[in-house]
Design a protein around this ligand. Structure first.
Ligand code: ARG
Ligand code: ZN
Length: 841
């Protein structure tokens, strides 16, 4: 059944209070619920329907009198009084049998919940929709030592804990945790002087890996006060790490539940990238307290209202802490590799989708990352002051409400006076706009001719022009900036912007990646090298390096030689000590193989994954030789003395050193990498060394040593699996992935472990697209098995197939056959069948 945005109607009742009692037992947990309903004055009367799935109803009462509701597959209906009434029910659920990791489940002996988006209906009968907000009181009965739920703690006695959450919330923010856990504790004093008890809860053995998450939490709380004026609103804030978790983390009110990979860190076991990810996810979930919890979504079509905004906020936070330029570069690269891919294929959908079968299939890069880009554009258009006024108004006007994208845009209109009706198309039109730029020069007058096209996407054959903020700067041929960054607002299909200037300038277009668009421009050959040397915009300077790298890759694909001027142009930047090491590391990075495949497809060609792999290898070899004298020095700069610290400078130095190491191993047959591996005191240095070895098909002994040292650490073993699956040479990749799935530690029911083998393999472009079709078959076999246990995660992993139409007829036929085999499997989940149907188109 398809759900449509246009069919929204409010729930006919409101809830004055929710009382839940959990009598925990692995195979039969009893959930008693008391809900005080009152007719909703803002809704039309309708049938009394409560969601409920896989629940065993034991008894139901209305105002104390037993009733016999009609139970259907997705919930129940019941005759109810005209006025207010109290509904009571007792259900039994089976947490141990819950392999879907939705609702209440067990992970390594610990009870935990995941309710977003629609998991609460697997706990008890309830109007499980985000516009029904209520105050919850939760009683937990269990002999386990730690019993947690949302809000503030109430009475605690032998075997019983009571929690009360004073803030009305939708059911998707409910959480419960029970287990034998240890706390890493701290305190935070809010801007008005209130004391908050903070804790990160983990299983015994992991208590030494919580300090970084705690530091990140305190930094987030302070930042949200300083930047958005947002103060925390409960006496406690708890974070719990769980090993079996479908996504990264969840912002349940006062009780955030995290995938352990997004919490646990120690220098020996976590890389710099892990530290940064933990910092960003802790911040993201914390920021949801205001953008998501205090103001939530009216319905799931509005998901980007909370997710796009919260991703935007966490990106600002990371930029403030770690440098804006480098953060922007990382985000743009990720957007291109992931979201542009989604937007350009069968899974394309608007930031605010108009229909879905399974909402979990719409927790996508489009809703999250493109949604964040839309907010970035809005901020650029109204300015920092306008943005702040609009956000203040948003919090003042909608606190305690379930809001919509219309409400969001209205606060910007009211706070800034700007008409956003055309801008709103960013929420409804899918597809990556193509921005074409041409230039003209007549004596004294420089003109940029901008035009846009938005490609057709599934269900949207034609599009209207969007509002595209194009940040532009102009440089003189001597390198001086003659026009600093100016935002040109493209609103029509084509528009011209003229500048009066004495000499013809060199343009720097789409600075700071000011819009999530594909830039289409026939620039003069020498422009990129010029911008690489002179641009004042960090993003576009990096983009110039990317342009040169793309050209080198393209040359090798076409059998031409790489421009000998490329490496010298990079060299000048790499040696510039006024630039941070972190920034210089990005200059050394090349576009991903996925990006190359996308670009070829976009140019009307058929990408050959194997040829792409080889071209990327040749380009790396070329750089390794051409920069051979420089790389050892860069690698040396990456050796940071003293104890490990994830501060931005140390991380930046290591990233430059290790970017150099990836190239060095191609000329020194792994000598430096081997030495680094042997001497590594932290995981950043060991993983980088191991990767550098695997890239050149060496490192067997090191892999074994790594395995033997870390076989007892789940998160480190995930790395061991992922490195091999993602770096295996094309001709060995399928066999490698297959072999890894037979390893005794391959526990496929654990999402992190499944992802570390099959997700990493699917990201190995030439490996997954092996011409035999064996890669497609391997993934399809595992998706079918996974679907029986965890449909949501199976659906998520199936996205690897979404690019199948890009490739040659033989590969298309092989991939299509696997998709059809999945489609026709008996008992296929709603989740996976929706994905497969969309991918088959
Ligand atoms: N709201 C969470 C976050 O982005 C994501 C949880 C989504 N979970 C899911 N099963 N769809 O922080
Ligand atoms: Zn989120």
């Amino acid at each position: 059944r398809t759900i449509h945005l246009k069919d929204y109607t409010p729930f006919p009742w409101t809830i004055d209070g929710v009382d839940l009692t959990f009598a925990l037992a692995p195979r039969g947990t009893r959930v008693t619920s008391r809900l005080r309903f009152r007719p909703n004055p803002e809704a039309r009367p309708g049938p009394f329907f409560l969601h409920g799935e896989d629940l065993r109803l034991i008894e139901a009462r209305i105002d104390g009198q037993p009733v016999s509701p009609r139970i259907a597959l997705e919930g129940l209906t019941c005759d109810v009084p005209d006025g207010p009434f109290t509904w009571e029910s007792v259900v039994e659920i089976d947490p141990e049998a819950n392999t879907r990791l939705e609702g209440l489940y067990l992970s390594n002996g610990m009870y935990c919940t995941q309710c977003e988006a629609e998991g609460f209906r697997r706990i008890t009968f309830y109007p499980d929709r985000p516009d029904v907000m209520a105050v919850f009181t939760t009683r937990i009965e269990s002999d386990l030592p730690v019993l947690l739920s949302n809000g503030n703690p109430g009475e605690r006695s032998e075997g019983v804990a009571i929690w009360h959450d004073p803030w009305p919330k939708p059911a998707y923010l409910f959480a419960l945790v029970a287990g034998d856990l240890l706390a890493h504790r701290d305190r935070f004093t809010t801007m008005t002087g209130r004391e908050v008890d903070l804790a990160v809860w983990v299983r015994p053995g992991d208590e030494g890996k919580c300090a970084w998450a705690m530091e990140s939490l305190k930094a987030s709380m302070r930042w949200d006060e300083e930047t958005y004026g947002r103060e925390y609103d409960l006496d406690v804030f708890n974070i719990v790490a769980v090993d079996d978790f479908n996504m990264g983390a969840m912002e349940n009110k006062g009780l955030n539940i995290f995938n352990s990979s997004a919490v646990l860190a120690s220098p020996e076991t976590a890389t710099d990238a892990n530290y940064e990810r933990i910092e960003a996810i802790v911040a993201h979930e914390y920021f949801h307290n205001w953008t998501g919890n205090r103001i939530t979504c009216r319905d799931w079509f509005q998901l980007s209202l909370k997710e796009g905004l919260t991703v935007f906020r966490d990106a600002q936070f990371t930029g403030d802490l770690r440098g804006r330029g480098v953060k922007r570069i990382h985000d743009a690269a990720a957007l291109r590799a992931g979201q542009f891919r989604e937007d350009g294929g069968p899974l394309a959908h608007p930031v605010r989708p108009e229909s879905f079968v399974e909402i979990n299939n719409f927790y996508t890069m489009t809703v999250y990352e493109k949604g964040a880009e839309v907010i970035g554009m809005l901020k650029r258009l109204v300015g920092d002051e306008g943005y702040r006024r609009a956000l203040d108004l948003y919090f003042a006007r909608h606190d305690g409400q379930a809001a919509t994208v219309e409400d969001w845009l209205q606060v910007f209109e009211d706070a800034t006076g700007r008409d956003l009706s055309q801008f709103k198309l960013w929420y409804s039109q899918a597809g990556t706009p193509r921005l074409r730029v041409e230039e003209r020069w007549e004596e004294g007058r420089y003109t940029l001719d901008l035009s846009q096209t938005v490609p057709p996407t599934p269900g949207q054959p034609t599009k209207a022009p969007m509002v595209i903020p194009v940040a532009v700067g102009l440089l003189n041929p001597n390198g001086d900036e003659v026009v600093p960054t100016t935002v040109l607002e493209l609103t029509g299909e084509r528009q011209s912007f003229a500048f009066d200037l004495p000499t013809r300038p060199i343009p720097s277009i789409l600075r700071d990646f000011s819009a999530p668009v594909l830039l289409d421009r026939d620039a003069p050959e020498e422009e990129a090298a010029f911008l690489l040397a002179h641009d004042t915009d960090e993003f576009n300077r990096w983009e110039a390096a990317q342009t040169l790298a793309r050209r080198a890759i393209r040359a090798r694909l076409d059998g031409r030689n790489i421009d000998p001027a490329w490496a010298p142009a990079l060299r000048a930047v790499l040696r510039d000590d006024t630039l941070s090491p972190a920034y210089r590391a990005t200059i050394l990075a090349r576009p991903s193989q996925e990006e190359t495949a996308q670009a070829l497809h976009g140019a009307g060609l058929t990408p050959d994954p194997l040829a792409i792999f080889r071209a990327h290898e040749e380009v790396a070899e070329h750089l390794a030789h051409a920069l051979a004298d420089l790389l050892p020095g860069l690698h040396d700069q990456g050796q940071v003395p003293g104890p490990y610290s994830p501060d931005p400078d140390s991380v930046g130095r290591r990233s430059l050193g290790n970017a150099a190491l990836m190239l060095l191993s191609r000329t020194d047959v792994g000598a430096r990498a081997r030495a680094q591996f042997a001497g590594a005191a932290d995981m950043t240095q060991s993983v980088a060394a191991l990767s550098a070895l695997l890239l050149v098909d060496a490192g067997e002994a090191e892999l074994q040593a790594f395995h033997d040292r870390w076989s007892g650490d789940r998160l480190v073993m995930d790395k061991w699996f992922a490195l091999q699956a993602s770096l295996a040479r094309p001709e060995e990749a399928v066999a490698t992935a297959e072999r890894l799935t037979r390893h005794p530690a391959f526990v496929w029911t654990n999402p992190n472990r499944f992802r570390s083998v099959l997700g990493a393999f699917a990201g190995n472009l030439a490996g997954f697209h092996d011409p035999s079709g064996a890669g497609y078959r391997l993934l399809a076999d595992w998706l079918l098995r996974l679907d029986g246990a965890n449909p949501q995660f199976a659906a998520r992993m199936s996205g690897a197939f979404s690019t199948w139409r890009r490739y040659d007829a033989d590969r298309q036929a092989l991939a299509e056959a696997e998709l059809r085999r999945i489609q026709s499997a008996p008992g296929l989940s709603r989740d996976l069948s929706e994905m497969v149907a969309r991918m088959l188109g």
